[in-house]
Design a protein around this ligand. Structure first.
Ligand code: DGL
Length: 221
């Protein structure tokens, strides 16, 4: 298989963006890709917008030095905090970012109640407020930041009791409110879909993070 020459640069705070990379590989098998996981600074979620912008700018410089022709910010948190900033700093570079899949969730919910799991920085960013305003009319959203979950996933603890406890804290109160759809608003979270399915039951739908401006990825759990 002949790989196309200049790579697509992809970055995340850690392993989360690998869930995006997996989808890219399926859809664009001929593209060469360079992946940067900023495991020296993970998690990004509790950090300030300025800090996340600084890290994202440094990583962008590195990926451009590797001749990246396009950069995928495979992280909802970095997209929320830094996508606009990066587009301003590097006007000649095309960036693709993530936003929580609020739109497909609002379209498929039957109870009109949707749970959203994402990091504090993602919820604070203007991007989240904007997708809820644009696509969430008539739907009630229940948000949770799942403290510690990104760290558990980085450690590879996808099934442990501690990971389960974090997810139960987030999801059980939402189930009591009658949610029927869960938005995974962090690219780390698809790695714990099997555990989430066991907590919420298979009739609850899980939406994967979607790409900004592109088609939304969606999976029925
Ligand atoms: N994978 C990330 C996201 O999509 C980052 C989480 C973190 O570093 O806190 O938000």
């Amino acid at each position: 298989m002949q790989l196309l020459e200049n790579p697509i640069g992809v970055f995340d705070s850690g392993v989360g963006g690998l869930s995006v990379l997996r989808a890219m590989r399926e859809q664009m098998p001929n593209e060469s890709v360079i992946y940067f996981g900023d495991q020296g600074h993970v998690p990004y979620g509790p950090r300030s917008m300025e800090q996340i912008q600084k890290f994202s700018e440094g990583i962008t410089h590195f990926l451009l030095e590797q001749n990246s022709k396009l950069i995928v910010v495979a992280c909802n948190t970095a997209s929320a905090a830094a996508l606009k900033y990066l587009r301003g700093r590097f006007p000649e570079v095309p960036f693709v970012g993530m936003e929580p899949a609020v739109k497909p969730a609002a379209e498929i919910t039957k109870t009109g109640k949707v749970g959203v799991l994402a990091t504090p920085a993602t919820f604070q960013g203007a991007l989240y407020a904007s997708v809820v305003e644009r696509f969430g009319a008539g739907v009630e959203f229940f948000q949770h930041t799942c403290p510690g979950l990104v760290g558990q996933i980085e450690k590879g603890e996808l099934e442990s009791n501690a990971t389960r406890a974090i997810l139960e804290d987030a999801l059980l109160p939402m189930l009591e409110k009658n949610i029927d759809t869960v938005v995974l608003g962090c690219t780390h979270y698809p790695f714990v879909i099997p555990l989430i399915e066991r907590i919420v039951g298979r009739e609850c739908s899980g939406d994967r993070p979607s790409s900004l401006g592109g088609e939304t990825g969606q999976t029925s759990a």
